[in-house]
Design a protein around this ligand. Sequence first.
Ligand code: ADP
Ligand code: ADP
Length: 225
Amino acid sequence: MSYLVIQNLHKRYGATLVFSDIDCTVERGEFVTLLGPSGCGKSTLLRCVAGLTEVNGGRIELEGQNLLPLPPQKRGIGMVFQSYALFPNMTVAQNVAFGLRMQKVPKAENARRVAEVLELVELSELANRYPHQLSGGQSQRVALARSLVTRPRLLLLDEPLSALDARIRKHLREQIRRIQRELGLTTLFVTHDQEEALTLSDRILLMDAGRIVQNGSAEALYTQP
Ligand code: ADP
Ligand code: ADP
């Protein structure tokens, strides 16, 4: 069975149907991109997996475990959003440590894990800076570090590069892919940017108007009639 299984997923906001029958899977260690135009339901699908919004039917299983009854913090999922929303009064290191403090991870281990993950995103030198002292790219790396430090079994990336300028976007894209490979992290990445999808993914799910209309490698997506 696949690592992440989404079956027959239904979601509406009030009377507005976002999708009524989504089926997809992600294998362990795979980097899958959900590509589609704005408004087609990509974010909503990620939010359903993360438990940030209720689903109206269907199943979501991770490692054979039904996720739907679990609150977000019990799902073992890390998520990064387009806007990084760091705590302004905490340093980079404190921002990253926060999730572990909530999990009551002992102080020494917490410090060790924070240092390790800051190294991974190449931010060790900026550990004592405050968010207002960071560039957009640096802030997004803090957000990434913050989600990685809890060692999630699934990473959800919701347009994490869209707010950044082109040069930084390309650099961070490569960095995300390197980290994902290094950690063997199963990743579901959302974007409306074809180039991002083509360069990052093991596999692309093409989404349109609440339906997954194609599923395959980047090459397959562009060699079909
Ligand atoms: P995408 O991520 O592909 O841009 P979204 O998942 O954000 O798409 O949105 C899918 C649809 O659901 C859109 O029509 C959007 O307007 C609607 N929608 C998203 N969030 C909400 C919400 N909180 N309440 C009502 N409608 C929403
Ligand atoms: P990058 O390209 O690495 O994402 P920038 O080119 O935007 O970053 O910034 C270059 C350097 O200036 C970085 O080391 C960053 O930490 C620093 N910097 C950016 N904005 C500020 C600020 N408001 N206060 C202090 N240092 C800053």
